[in-house]
Structure formats: C-alpha cells, structure tokens
Design a protein around this ligand. Structure first.
Ligand code: AMP
Length: 407
C-alpha cells in the first residue's frame, strides 16, 4: 500500500515534487518533451489544488556544477506543458532556492536547478536531504524511473516529510501491481533480448511468478544450446549453459511452462535483408545464425497467449532492428495488442529495447501499459525492492502510543 496525492492536504503548502525530466537535448534545446509532458498532470493538479509546487529533478550525470547540465533549458517547455509560467532557481538548496520559493504564490510552480550538482544527492547524505526538506512541507515522488536509486531526492526526503506518490508514479505502480503482484491468471511473460547473463535475476523471479515463460531473442539460443540443440554461429553464451539448465529445473519445480522456439529464421550474417531460411531448431546449419523465431514458434506463442489473461513483456523476440528479422516481435506484439483491445488480456511491457521494439511494431499505444522507466522497470521485474517506492509505503499506524505517526 502506498499513499497517493489524494491523501495530502496541499492547499497553501510548499510541495516538493521529484519529477523525472531527464529529457534528451541538443544545442541547449530539448529534442523530445515526452517526459515533461507526462509529468505535467501531477504538477497541474497540485497547482490547481492551491499548492506551491517546487519541482526537483536531475539531468545527466554531472560531476558537481557543470553548466552543460543546467536545467534552465527545461523552464520554457515545462511552462508550455503546465500552461503557466514556471519560476527558476539557480540552485536546489540554500538562499537562491529559498528566495524563489518565498515569492511563490499558491498555485505557482518553480523549477530548481539540477539536484545532481550536489554530489551529496546521489550519496543520499542526510544533511543534504534535510536542506531539501527545509524548502517544503510535503514531498511527492513522481519519478518511478529513478525509484531504484536511493538518493536524497528520491528516497531520503520521504523519511523527513509526509510523502506520497504522484499520478505518474501511481499509474506505474498500479499497472505493475496488476501485472505481477495480483494478476489475473494465467500469466505469461515474454522475455527476449540479447543475453541470458543480463537477465538472470529477472528470469529467476519470473519463473516463480508466471504460468508461461516465453523465451525468445538471442537468449533463447543459450537455452537451446543447453538442451543439446545445434546453434551454428548464433549469438549464444555457451558458458551459461549450466545456468540455463538450472532455470529450466527451477521452472519445472515452480510449475512454470517454458516456451522456447521450435523453429528459427537463420541467415549467414547479422544484416538487413540478409538471405534467410526457416529451419527447425533441431537442424540449424553450422555457418548460419538464428536471427528470429520462425512461423511455427510465432503461432505457438500466439496460441499460448490466447489462454492467458495477463502478459508481461521485456525484450524483443529477434533482431528487431533489421528487417525481416522483426517478424516474430511484430506478430506477437500485434496479437497481444489485439487481445488487449478486445479486453481479454492485460499487457504490461518495458525495459531496455522493448519500448523501441513495440513502437516499431506499432503497438506502443495499444498495450495496457508501456513503462519507459528502463532500469527501474527491470529491477521491479527482478523482484527487487525499489527504495524510492518502499519509502512511500504506508506502514501500519502505531497503536501503542496513539500518536498517529507512522512507525
Ligand atoms: P536487450 O537489450 O537485452 O533487450 O536486447 C535487445 C537486443 O537483442 C536487440 O539489439 C536485438 O537485435 C538483439 N537480439 C535479439 N534476438 C537476437 C538474435 N537472435 N541474435 C542476435 N541478437 C539478437
């Protein structure tokens, strides 16, 4: 259980909002405002409710104060997104920030300079968190994508000020909760991508949570190899064969059905439109590499999804960047989107290249929820506790002293 901004009385209060406005920029101009636009809902709502809204965010990985990482360039696009002027403070703590916040009227919005200009931010130094906390009465975290980091503005503040999740964080937590914490069963997971070695924790967690684990992409080759199949010159982590076998055993014990490709699209090189053929996974030729799942595999996966109510997706099923090896990813994504549209399947996806792969398949808007949180989404799939989320959890009220505080 986590608190949302519904639980906060914000009128006239100074509300520190940790947003994720870490947008791409070139020559001092923001090139993609998606994150700013998505963050606007919480800021607008708080302003409309009479809060003095103070936005904290980071930009890049500066080493101390570095002008090229200044967030001043965000003022204009943020003002546009929220539909009102945004005040600017040249520092996120101290007299400069205090002055700007003191001048803020209820309903006003201010943006403070990059929190990472202070190395204490990433060290989650209590003294720095206190300086940030001194600027506000309440704390709202709307940055799920940085919730896997215990920094002062993403975690420390929640222990000092009354804290709640903003609307974006809330939407993300609700979508993720519906997908893995209390999902409608049967649940399937599609896990693809390049390497098993980068997704060990994720696979280990999913086998104990889902009914069907559908494995594709380069990592399926390692599983096929571990099962004694020929993989030619495919991308394959042969040294991970034992690990793959351990995952197969763990899945069996957990009654999770592993779904691996039964056929493959193979080519002589990793290149767009490389001449290719479809072969059984029992007969991949020596000089060839697996670049996509074949038609029988696609059919089997779509068939499986037909019986499922929930789908979690991370990683492409093949080399989706180079046609025609994007076929399996596109076909399965489109089938999942269709079932989502029919109200038969809840689809939650995210992490790494997944957003790009689903966008290329034309389904990014058609899934129930596509997370752009990257690392935080992956850590959540791995079953890890995200410190920024844990800090927002509502703990049972202390009954002994009747003080009403959280303990
Ligand atoms: P990840 O970042 O782990 O999700 O991996 C995504 C990458 O895996 C993409 O760049 C794909 O091209 C690559 N990939 C997927 N399937 C294969 C394959 N069969 N062979 C080589 N690379 C693949």
């Amino acid at each position: 259980m986590f608190r949302t901004i519904d639980a906060l009385e914000v009128k006239g209060k100074r509300v520190l909002v940790r947003a994720d406005l870490n947008v791409p920029a070139k020559d001092g101009k923001v090139t993609d405002t998606t994150r700013i636009d998505r963050s606007a809902a919480t800021l607008k709502e708080l302003a409309a409710r009479g809060a003095k809204v103070i936005v904290l965010t980071h930009f890049g990985r500066p080493k101390g104060r570095e002008d090229k990482y200044s967030q001043k360039l965000l003022v204009e696009p943020l003002a546009k997104a929220v539909g009102q002027p945004v005040a600017w403070a040249d520092d996120c703590i101290g007299p400069e920030a205090e002055k700007v916040i003191a001048a803020l009227q209820p309903g006003g919005i201010a943006l403070l300079e990059n929190v990472r200009f202070h190395p204490e931010e990433e060290k989650n130094e209590p003294g720095f968190a206190k300086k940030l906390a001194d600027l506000g009465d309440l704390y709202v975290n709307d940055a799920f994508s940085t919730a896997h980091r215990a920094h002062a503005s993403t975690e420390g503040l929640a222990h000092i000020l009354p804290a709640a999740a903003g609307r974006l964080m809330q939407a993300e937590l609700e979508a993720l909760g519906r997908a893995l914490e209390a999902p409608e069963k049967p649940v399937a997971a599609v896990v693809g991508g390049a390497k098993v070695s980068t997704k060990l924790d994720l696979l280990g967690n999913l086998v104990s949570k889902v009914d069907y684990l559908i494995i594709g992409g380069g990592m399926a080759n390692t599983f096929l190899f571990a099962m004694g199949k020929p993989v030619g010159k495919s991308l394959c982590e042969k040294e991970m064969a034992d690990t793959a076998r351990a995952i197969i055993e763990k899945a069996k014990a957990a009654k999770c059905h592993l779904v691996l490709p039964v056929d493959a699209v193979v080519a002589g090189e990793f290149a767009e439109n490389a001449p290719n053929t479809v072969v059984s996974v029992d007969s991949v030729p020596d000089g060839q590499m697996i670049l996509d799942a074949g038609p029988a595999s696609i059919e089997a996966i779509i068939d499986r999804l037909g019986g499922c109510k929930t789908l979690v997706w991370n990683g492409p099923l093949g080399a989706f960047e180079i046609a025609p090896f994007d076929k399996a990813t596109n076909a399965v994504a489109q089938a999942a989107a269709e079932r989502t549209k029919q109200g038969k399947l809840l689809t939650v996806a995210g992490g790494g290249d997944t957003v790009a792969a689903l966008a290329k398949a034309g389904v990014e808007e058609k899934f129930s929820y596509v997370s752009t949180a990257g690392g935080a989404f992956l850590e959540w799939l791995e079953g890890k506790t995200l410190p920024g989320v844990a800090a927002l959890e509502v703990k049972p009220t202390h009954s002994g002293c009747g003080c009403g505080h959280k303990h």
